[in-house]
Structures are given as structure tokens and as C-alpha cells.
Design a protein around this ligand. Structure first.
Ligand code: HEC
Length: 301
């Protein structure tokens, strides 16, 4: 059947190489894609979560710093023996590792960490670790880290010159406050820049908005932070909702600054709050909360 006009077969080593590589690549992609899907998603499919983790409760630093009761010291002692004695010695004054730098003699050596050895400073050492060879203990929860700090400080260090009852003021200023407003969504800086290129006024507006939201957040944490009362608990709840959008906070702040309590109530229970349960709070507690907000705005005005 062969004829001289037969179409020429397209065959060339380079074509074969490219074709085979492409086929191998496609098979490789299929393999890794499904491997990935299997590992990341298939593994947990159908798995029953018997103990869903509650959102991590915020750490109440001031309360943990204040509680140096015998029960806390007792717990701190147990935790010390389990976690620290292997390096610092059972009495806190030995070098069990023979390492250099030596584990600090907890009975008399001065602190070297920049945050010092007050209760919060000690907590930071236990949280982040320090220098060479002092590990962080984030496996212990915050209350336990404070318990160890209190035990070491209140039993061994209290009679010593290195003891300070409370952190230095500049360290105290860094202690997170319980009423602190959760960080809400912000305009990402790269968008602000992009806007600025489109029109300079857009950047001005974005910065202005940020500044107002920052002021509103600071004011709300201030208002929610004082002595604990029912209305402050409500405010702390409002302050801690991370998704709370900045526009609403600014609106709330502005209403409070007018001193018009009824207007504050309206903003509090408006759908804009993003939290319908606020509207279901008893009128008296919403009104009391509005009173605290107005007072806080007045002091700052
Ligand atoms: C693996 C050994 C090891 C363990 C475990 C350990 N430490 Fe240390 N620790 C060290 C060493 C080493 C240093 C000194 C680090 C340096 O000077 O660079 C140190 C330093 C410190 C300091 C001094 C920080 C400062 O400001 O100078 C404190 C406080 C401290 N440890 C407390 C503890 C407590 C409390 C525990 C238990 C929860 C603990 N350590 C567990 C090895 C250890």
C-alpha cells in the first residue's frame, strides 16, 4: 500500500523527550495532588472531636499577678521541682548541668533579662526563655507559669536584695490589660499605599479612619478595664469580640462623646454592632453600660 506520497511520520528524539517529560509531569502532579488531599483532608475526615477546644481564654494578668496565696505557692513549688530543679537544683541555688553560662542561682544572682525579675518579668522569662540554655515553658499554662514565678520570688527571693514586689513601672506598662480591645480588621498597609497612588486624599482618609478607630479602641478598653461590675463585664465582652468592625466602634465613640446616653444605647443595640445578642440584654444593663461609656468619653474629651 505504500505510496511515495505517504505523509512523513513525525518522529524526533526531542519530541519524544518533551512528550515523555510532559506525561511524567502530569502523572507526578496527579500523584502529589491527591497525596496532599489525602494527607491534609482525608486524614481527619469522619474523625469525631470529643473535646472541641474552647477559644483560648484571655489571660487575666493583673489577677494572676495579685494571687500569691499559699495554694498558688504550693502549686508553684510542685511545678518547680518537676520543671526547674533538674537545672537549677532542688533549692534553686545549684548548677546541676555543669553548663556555662550556669543556670542562675535563683536565691541571690541578679537578673540579666531586660524585663527584670518582677512578677511579669519572671513570667516573660518563663514564656520566652532567656539567654543560653534557659528554655521557655509554654507547655505550662499562664497560671502555672505565674505560680512558679511566685514560688521562687516569694519564698526564696523575698529576703534578698534582688527581690522587688512589683515590676518596674515601664515593665508594668507592658502588662496586657483584661479589658483590652481585640484587634479588629484593619486596612492593610499595602492597600493604603495603593490608594495613595490613586489619589492622595484616599490615603488621608484611610489614615484618618485608622486614627479614629485607634482612639475608639483605646477609649473602649479604658472604659471596660476598671473595677469589675456587671456593666464592665458587658463592655469587656464587647471589647473582646475580634470581628467588631472599626466603623461601629467609631460611631459608638462619637455618640458617647456627645454625652447623649440614649444615643449610645441606640448604637449599642443597633444591627451594626454585629452582635444581635446585645439587643437582647436587659434594658437596664445596656443603659448602665452606656453610662460608663459616656463617663469614660467625658474624661478623655
Ligand atoms: C535546661 C536547663 C534549665 C531548666 C530546665 C530551667 N532553667 Fe532557668 N536557666 C538555665 C540557664 C542555663 C540560665 C542562664 C541563661 C543565661 O545566663 O544565658 C537560666 C536562667 C534562669 C533565670 C534568669 C533570667 C535572667 O533574667 O537572668 C530564671 C529566673 C530562671 N532560669 C528560672 C527558671 C525556672 C523557674 C525554671 C523552671 C520553670 C527554669 N529556670 C528551668 C537553665 C535552665
Amino acid at each position: 500500500m505504500s505510496s511515495p506520497a505517504k505523509t512523513r511520520e513525525i518522529s524526533h528524539p526531542a519530541l519524544w523527550s518533551v512528550g515523555l517529560l510532559a506525561a511524567a509531569g502530569a502523572m507526578g502532579w496527579v500523584f502529589f495532588h491527591w497525596l496532599d488531599v489525602g494527607m491534609l483532608h482525608g486524614r481527619d475526615a469522619g474523625r469525631i472531636d470529643f473535646a472541641p477546644k474552647a477559644a483560648a481564654a484571655p489571660i487575666d494578668h493583673p489577677a494572676l499577678i495579685a494571687d500569691r496565696s499559699p495554694a498558688v505557692l504550693e502549686r508553684g513549688q510542685q511545678l518547680y521541682l518537676k520543671n526547674c530543679a533538674s537545672c537549677h537544683g532542688p533549692n534553686g541555688d545549684q548548677n546541676m548541668t555543669g553548663s556555662s553560662p550556669a543556670p542562675r542561682n535563683l536565691k541571690k544572682d541578679a537578673y540579666k533579662a531586660e524585663w527584670g525579675g518582677g512578677p511579669y518579668g519572671f513570667f516573660l522569662t518563663l514564656t520566652k526563655g532567656w539567654g543560653q540554655g534557659m528554655p521557655g515553658f509554654t507547655n505550662l499554662d499562664a497560671a502555672d507559669r505565674y505560680a512558679v514565678a511566685h514560688f521562687v520570688r516569694e519564698t526564696w527571693q523575698k529576703p534578698q536584695p534582688i527581690y522587688i514586689a512589683d515590676d518596674k513601672p515601664e515593665i508594668q506598662a507592658q502588662i496586657p490589660r483584661p479589658g483590652a480591645v481585640a484587634e479588629g480588621p484593619r486596612t492593610p498597609p499595602h492597600l493604603v499605599e495603593q490608594h495613595a497612588k490613586l489619589h492622595p486624599l484616599m490615603a488621608v482618609a484611610a489614615r484618618e479612619g485608622e486614627a479614629r478607630a485607634t482612639a475608639a479602641r483605646a477609649w473602649l478598653s479604658e472604659a471596660a478595664g476598671g473595677a469589675e461590675t456587671a456593666e464592665r463585664r458587658l463592655l469587656a465582652r464587647i471589647a473582646k469580640t475580634p470581628a467588631r468592625h472599626a466603623g461601629w466602634l467609631v460611631q459608638l465613640h462619637e455618640a458617647a462623646r456627645t454625652g447623649d446616653r440614649a444615643r449610645v444605647v441606640v448604637v449599642l443595640i443597633s444591627a451594626d454592632s454585629g452582635d444581635p445578642s446585645l439587643a437582647l440584654e436587659p434594658a437596664a444593663s445596656i443603659d448602665a453600660a452606656a453610662g460608663v461609656l459616656v463617663a469614660a468619653a467625658g474624661q478623655k474629651a
